[in-house]
Ligand binder design. Structure first.
Ligand code: ADP
Length: 256
């Protein structure tokens, strides 16, 4: 009886420790898989512009000078792909630092309306040059504790997208107000919108609803992942309301 009992006890202990180690390993394996997928996607995204640049340079080098009719086009394309690479590497660096919690934040109190006006000034000019209407509806005075650089980056990501996904005569705007003792910041546009079934994925790394259009406009598919991280470090939340017929609203809420 003692031998049987001890064998059962040993078998149970082995099974329990196996199950426990499997359960403990699951989050490690998941994080490892996510990391591997991130590296794979990043490599793919980096390789695309590099291939274009390499092809263009090789053509320029191997074709006799007198036969190159579109030299300017080759150089212009290489330059725009180089800009993409610069943006991509800087976005990748931001996200890698965000993952390792390496980034330091310095939070200071800002007057939200004047901060937004300052960030929006160049966008108003861009909108005008693209024949779009840019509006501001800012409640004053609202004070908010933010890391200025990161908060600036957050607005830039949302405004860049709003302008990117709108056409002539469309409108883009920023609204702030207080709701349930929280500070609300909305970036609204009357552009192409997002299909309902795609909304849950827009914050995923490298996700683009329309890859070709995003590439054309210099998108990396990383902007909203960075925006989501910046919102999180400011203890905020984000909701997205979008309709391909009406446009998109990014509604951000921050503690006062
Ligand atoms: P991208 O560099 O492609 O703009 P983002 O991470 O900033 O990457 O956005 C992810 C995707 O979300 C975009 O490719 C686009 O499909 C969608 N999106 C983001 N903002 C808007 C917007 N204001 N209007 C329509 N679609 C948007």
């Amino acid at each position: 009886i003692i031998i049987i009992c001890s064998s059962i006890f040993i078998m149970l202990s082995i099974t329990a420790s196996y199950l426990l180690s499997k359960k403990m390993m699951e989050p490690i394996m998941e994080s490892w898989n996510n990391q591997a997928m991130f590296v794979e996607n990043a490599s793919h995204e980096l390789r695309t512009p590099l291939t274009v640049i390499q092809n263009k340079l090789e053509q320029l080098l191997t074709t006799p000078q007198e036969k190159i009719s579109n030299k300017f086009e080759h150089i212009a394309l290489s330059l725009s792909e180089t800009r993409r690479l610069t943006k991509l590497t800087s976005d990748l660096l931001t996200l890698t630092r965000a993952d390792s919690a390496e980034t330091q934040f310095t939070k200071t109190s800002i007057e939200l309306d004047s901060f937004i006006q300052e960030v929006c000034a160049p966008y108003m000019e861009i909108a005008e040059s693209q024949d779009k209407h840019f509006w501001l509806n800012l409640e004053a005075p609202i004070q908010l504790e933010v890391d200025k650089d990161r908060f600036h980056q957050l607005l830039v990501i949302l405004l860049d997208n709003a302008l990117k996904y709108t056409s002539e005569k469309d409108s883009v705007g920023v609204k702030t107000y207080i709701e349930d003792h929280k500070v609300v910041l909305e970036v609204r546009d009357s552009g192409s919108g997002i299909e309902k079934e795609n909304i849950p994925y827009i914050f995923d790394r490298f996700y683009r609803e329309d890859k070709a259009r995003s590439r054309e406009t210099g998108g990396t598919g990383l902007g909203l992942s960075i925006a989501q991280w910046i919102i999180r470090i400011h203890n905020g939340t984000v909701k997205v309301y979008s309709d391909p017929k009406k446009g998109t609203v990014f509604k951000l809420k921050f503690p006062k």
